[in-house]
Write a protein that binds this ligand. Sequence first.
Ligand SMILES: NC(=O)C1=CN([C@@H]2O[C@H](COP(=O)(O)OP(=O)(O)OC[C@H]3O[C@@H](n4cnc5c(N)ncnc54)[C@H](O)[C@@H]3O)[C@@H](O)[C@H]2O)[C@@H](O)CC1
Ligand SMILES: [K+]
Length: 559
Amino acid sequence: MSKQSHCDAAARSIQSIQANDALVPLYSPKQVYGIEKAWFDAGNDSYALMQQAAWQIAHWIYRTYSKAGDKLKIGVWVGRGNNGGDGWLVADYLTQLGAQVAVIEVGPEVSTADALLAKQQATATLNNNKQVIEQTFIGHLANQTSFAKVCEQSEYLSADVYVDALFGIGLDRAPQSAYADAIRYINAAKQHNHRLQVVSVDVPSGVVSSTGEVFDEQAVRADITLCLVARKVGLHLKDAMDYTGKLVDLPLIPTVLGKLPQAWLQHHAQPLPARDHNTHKGSFGHVLIAGGNQVDGSQGMGGAAILSASTAFATGVGKLTVACHKAFHGSLIGAVPNAMSLDLHDASSVESLIAQCDTLAIGMGFGRDESSFTLFERYLRTALQQSIPLIIDADGLYHLASLAKQAPEIIDQLIAHAKTHEVWYTPHSGEAGRLLDISADEIEKDRLAAITQLANKYNGSWLLKGAGSLVLHKGEIRVCAAGNAGMATAGMGDVLSGLAAGLLAQSVLPKSSRTLIQAVMIHAMAGDVLERKKGVWALQASDMPPVVGQIMQQLTQAQ
Ligand SMILES: NC(=O)C1=CN([C@@H]2O[C@H](COP(=O)(O)OP(=O)(O)OC[C@H]3O[C@@H](n4cnc5c(N)ncnc54)[C@H](O)[C@@H]3O)[C@@H](O)[C@H]2O)[C@@H](O)CC1
Ligand SMILES: [K+]
């Protein structure tokens, strides 16, 4: 895409966001620095922006937490960069609003011109009110005696609100010594004083705002994060979600418009159209599920194919065949009697059905041994020859990584196939790591970079499963805002691939509903319904198919 068309796409997308707040633009910290720079280059003053940020934060805190008759007690933890600068000014403005404020400066002297100005401005106000914690303490928080001194400040311990202004988007390494102590102290104080509210300025200190990573669990656990300028993408990825608390946007400047964000946060699936009356099962596609194998000496995986099949039916697919190991045919028919069955190892029958189906979903419980690899390669080649839309999941992705090394021309064919047909890949970080020849840890370090590399290497649409599942389609990344920790349980992936196959096979659905992100959103929304009913501990994949059907129905009524 050219730079201009990127901007046009952004403007179009942003207009659609204004009409539908379900999509939130997410920016990398580098982009946010760029937005700020453009603002300053246009003649706007950086210190004025800091004052504007601090005033909005102070006003928000005062409006939210002050109670008539009680003096609001605030502890402001400031670091050395501009996030700390925000903190100093917040302390100043809250003092002027009538709060009782203590500031704890952590680490060495402030490092930016604006932060220094902010500190000077605030120190004057605070000293007049005798509210700065004494200088010997400031800057020496690692020192045990000083730390104990903080704990003795009973006024301070009983604060109503802590403002966390240690680090914002400039964090570039693990917090250590005084910073780590401060983070630990803030989190511990919250446990001792349940009334205490922790408000993080821009980013919970310790969270990497580009990736959502937290080093060694050293980050502030906020109740509220006040996001300045633009929403940082890392706040919705990985560990970050356990640290941000509720997010509140304070946009400050209008320059976000026109900039293409790094990703979009999506909360809901798209509405679905009602079905026409004059239809028959042939109108709603034929899915072939290839999986559910029994490999000698390994545990059977028939359940994977059964979960996929029952979920595909819950999406309304017209016909469905499961090619699974013969050992599971009886249980398949018991669980999903409307499915047809084939022997996964009867290659010629499976191949002739691949040629007839509308979507092949392959890999769930497929097995990883040599004979499974041979079958996978054969079925994949057939699907490519027959131009069949494809979903590759689980053991299929395992074999695909081997094929990328042993038969790279198949990857070239897949890349070409994806230019004209839907090809959807659904790895978790372990599978993604194999596909890129790096470790799962490296994938997790930067999930946005990983999904981009996967699409660059293999083409097609990608889901990278995990906390804040990512979906990449035609260069655009969506972050799934729905879903919950209870969904980290066996079989959830099989449910998702069945759901995706069911949508993809139904050519009667509008194109916008036959997308991987639509499947991911419906899956996550169904998980959330179940979590409300059963809680995170008892949530099971086998409960999902009927709830998927309910969500589909609600989406139809929402149209
Ligand atoms: N006028 C402005 O420039 C504005 C700045 N804003 C604030 O400024 C923040 C960004 O400021 P900065 O770029 O100064 O970044 P930070 O304030 O996040 O901190 C960066 C400083 O901390 C150091 N540092 C990073 N990781 C560290 C670690 N683990 N241990 C010790 N030191 C570490 C860096 O070397 C640098 O000196 C935003 O998050 C936002 O809060 C906003 O208020 C908007 C206006
Ligand atoms: K912060």
